[in-house]
Design a protein around this ligand. Structure first.
Ligand SMILES: Nc1nc2c(c(=O)[nH]1)N(C=O)[C@@H](CNc1ccc(C(=O)N[C@@H](CCC(=O)O)C(=O)O)cc1)CN2
Ligand SMILES: Nc1ncnc2c1ncn2[C@@H]1O[C@H](COP(=O)(O)OP(=O)(O)OP(=O)(O)O)[C@@H](O)[C@H]1O
Length: 201
């Protein structure tokens, strides 16, 4: 299983790099407009516009590394319709993520692996929507990440605790696989949005 995933990771890193070169400039716009049309988002967008700022819904994105889709563009589009934004902060010890609010302007500090994280005095938040980076996905909602298990552990804890949220994978269409090697601990995505389609496993 481990070797299968490792081999696929290498292959999909190369493929995503090519996709980023070809589609990197156009895909974020297409993905943003699809995200904004999701019923899950539409309801809360309206809520966000009407509500006081501190009642707005919270979306967690990621600070893009390597050839990942430009999630900052997505966060800007959502913030423009009143979503509060957050970024993941890594805990090296427990290998899970916490999310800190980010107003899109505040200076970030360097995190591990080239990521950037909100500063320590920002608030921890529980997102209503988590935008999840990935190397590969399939139509049943399975996902392959870098292999740290951070998102798996984090989504697992949220679901165990009964926190109600939507996990949305954002990817290039070319990252889709017919099927993926799945371990027991892999946490499925609720929705995957690409520049071409919306998948609802
Ligand atoms: N943009 C982004 N932010 C993120 C993640 C992510 O996947 N993407 N994470 C998701 O968990 C967390 C960071 N965790 C990570 C865990 C492992 C690797 C990793 O293994 N990267 C390289 C190895 C590079 C190295 O060893 O120096 C790799 O591609 O193999 C990266 C991020 C939180 N923030
Ligand atoms: N909920 C969990 N509890 C404990 N260990 C976990 C959990 N989820 C994953 N792991 C462990 O983390 C390691 C990496 O998992 P996996 O290969 O599925 O990562 P990934 O989904 O590719 O990475 P990531 O989620 O960081 O993007 C594995 O050894 C796995 O057993």
């Amino acid at each position: 299983m481990k070797q299968k995933k490792a081999a696929l990771r290498q292959e999909m890193k190369a493929r995503r790099a090519t996709l980023q070169q070809q589609l990197g400039a156009s895909a974020p716009r297409q993905i943003a407009s699809r995200l904004l049309m999701l019923p899950e988002m539409a309801g809360t967008v309206q809520k966000g516009i009407k509500a006081e700022r501190n009642e707005s819904s919270i979306v967690a994105g990621f600070y893009p590394i390597q050839s990942e889709i430009d999630c900052l563009f997505l966060l800007k589009a959502l913030n423009a319709v009143q979503w509060r934004c957050a970024l993941p902060v890594m805990s090296g010890v427990s290998k899970h993520l916490a999310f800190k609010e980010w107003d899109l302007e505040e200076e970030l500090k360097e995190g591990a692996y080239g990521t950037r994280e909100p500063l320590s005095d920002m608030l921890y938040v529980m997102p209503d929507v988590v935008l999840v980076p990935l190397l590969a996905f399939d139509e049943t909602g399975h996902r392959l990440g870098y292999g740290g298990g951070y998102y798996d552990r984090t989504l697992d804890i949220y679901r165990e605790k009964g926190h109600s949220f939507t996990a949305i994978g954002v990817a290039f269409e070319g990252q889709k696989q017919d099927s993926l090697p799945v371990s027991k601990q892999d946490q499925p995505l609720d929705i995957i949005v690409t520049e071409e389609k919306v998948y609802r496993p």
